[in-house]
Design a protein around this ligand. Structure first.
Ligand code: GRF
Length: 217
């Protein structure tokens, strides 16, 4: 697949190389790893990179035989040095597409300069509502009756990139943060698998009249 979001089906005789960034338990990574077992899905997870050495997601990657790297923020002099180290760790796997799947840090300018346009994030809210790392809690506190999950292209903002796909989830009267987040994750995983597979197989583009509108063939 061509880099930069302009791939076409005829570009894709080879399987798309995915690098997945994680910080947590990695159920979204697990769904991607499972999908990649089907040759028809069109992509392979060729590397997993985390900012957290203890992330459960790393165990899932190792069990699947996928190379892992850990790039902790506090092991670097400053955020810029970390940004550059993270960028190099990801580039080493020669990705076509990068997936932030529960990666709980903002990527920086160096990362976006080299990889921007081919990075997607999954966020547990209906963007642009509730950006940031507390989205299910914020939705609950606000009192909305519907929230959900969003796959978006990553830009320099906090969950501000162009929306690729969304799924709505009702907020129930007896929800707490954990129950709401689990129901969101139950729709988030298949949506991420579907979207990443379609991007891998067919590429994507943005509307010529509205760069915030992502078109999946
Ligand atoms: C997901 O809901 C993701 O959107 C959010 O953190 C959660 C990660 O879950 N940023 P997991 O680690 O993939 O299980």
């Amino acid at each position: 697949m061509a880099a930069g979001g302009t791939a076409t089906p005829e570009d894709a005789p080879d399987r798309t190389r995915l690098v997945v960034l994680v910080s947590g338990t990695g159920t979204n990574l697990g769904a991607l790893l499972e999908a990649a077992q089907d040759p028809a899905w069109g992509a392979d997870v060729v590397g997993v990179v985390s900012d957290q050495a203890a992330a459960g997601a790393l165990g899932r990657a190792r069990a699947a035989g996928v190379p892992t790297d850990v790039v902790p923020l506090d092991a670097h002099a400053d955020r810029s040095a970390w940004d550059q180290a993270l960028t190099q760790a990801v580039l080493a796997h020669e990705p076509d597409l990068v997936v932030l799947a529960g990666f709980m840090r903002l990527v920086g300018p160096a990362f976006l300069a080299r990889l921007g346009g081919r990075v997607v994030n999954t966020h547990p809210a209906l963007s642009p509502s509730f950006p940031g790392v507390r989205a299910p809690a914020d939705a609950l506190a606000y009192g909305v009756r519907v929230t959900g999950a969003t796959v978006l292209l990553v830009d320099e903002g906090v969950d501000t990139g162009a929306v690729v796909a969304q799924t709505a989830v009702p907020v129930l009267d007896d929800d707490d943060v954990a129950s709401l987040h689990e129901r969101i994750k139950a729709v988030e995983r298949p949506m991420l698998v579907d979207v990443v597979g379609r991007m891998a197989r067919h590429g994507w583009s943005t509307s010529p009249t509205n760069p915030r509108k992502v078109l999946l063939p």
